[in-house]
Ligand binder design. Sequence first.
Ligand code: HEM
Length: 416
Amino acid sequence: GPQDIPRDPRLDASMALMSEGYRFVSNLCDRMDSDVVTTRLRLREVICLRGGAAARLLYGAEGLTRVGAMPSTVLHLLQDKGSVQQLEGPAHRHRKALFLSICMDPARVEALVAEVRRAWRERLPAWEAEGQIVLQQEVARLLTRAACRWAGVAHQPETQLAREIFDMIDKAGSIGPRNWLAQMRRAGTEKRLRNLVEQVRAGEVVPEAATALHAIAFHREEDGALLDPSVAAVELLNLLRPIVAVGRYITFAALALHRETTWRELFRSGNLELAGDFAEEVRRASPFFPFTAAVTTRPVTWEGHEFPEGQWLLLDLYGTTHDPRHFPEPTRFRAERMLSWTGQDDAFIPQGAGDVARTHRCPGEMITVELMKEAIRLLCCEMEYEVPAQDLGVRLNRMPAQPRSGMILSAIRRRS
Ligand code: HEM
């Protein structure tokens, strides 16, 4: 690596990554007094970066690839091989346009919000009867259901496909992505989706025109060819899985509502004007996607540093959204910060940075924030509940992180 970048004196920092989790890069940068530090993970040299300028490098520079870059922790939670995330240049922009047409079309997003509202209301009577629920699990289930219906894949044996997708996400954190992928292949989820795409093309299954299944099945590559059915299946999963993962932010939103009584009372009074600001502060403050990574495909110059070809780069998303230089008192929850994914703030990057059409920035921010707002409304205006004593601590060395109890709610009643 470049000689002008401070170097971690340890031979290897893998153990520190395991024990420090989300705080790993920040701790390293603080200790070395630099926002750019060279270290080694599993003996592979890596340059760790944080801050807005680094975000512009990982989301905007030419000469980078995501292939082979993600450390094998939770990062496959959201994306997978053969997906848009593995493409670059014109091929990436073309495939990305497909995702933008699905994820950033307000009418489609509204339709998804409506499916989630419906699935949530369907579960409420059972919650009332059960006495207490683990919100994180329940929300993952209902989001899976809603996402499958919305995407047009629910006429498959609904419960089976939905259960598989739920399992995939549920287990990713505990057993690791390798096992999890193997499990998915064994379970045949990908194969079932592949068959479904082929049935749609053959006219044997007719999804509604506005569904993701329809859009992906008939999407044309730049050369006019249809997507390979297995790639189409992977891209469908790359929509379904992260929608379910929004449940993690919804759980963190419920935790924030529990603690921020003034905000809770405001929302309960029916004034939801600022629910978006609240949701955005939850996205900033909550540990979810710890970092993104890339590898240079040729020498790249950035801020006066020369990175050789094949250089591994790790951008600290969590550390950047917790940097006091950008977000004063970063550990305090303050919805008054008025953050928004619609602005182009290179430090507010829970789901990446830059131009969403041209970089690997997440296309799902509109969906994420709209689903969080709806969940805040459902929690505050459509139900009453108590939060019994439980361990709500969030361990920052477990990725992805969550309140330890999963957020237990009790005495649930519909609000009239
Ligand atoms: C990419 C986080 C929700 C679809 C990304 C990236 C991050 C991220 C950090 C950039 C990865 C990189 O730089 O290589 C999240 C988080 C979410 C979320 C924390 C909250 C649950 C969603 C949703 C969707 C989605 C709801 C779609 C329905 C995607 C896709 C990409 C992506 C397709 C790849 C984009 C590309 O490579 O051009 N996400 N995401 N995500 N996300 Fe999300």
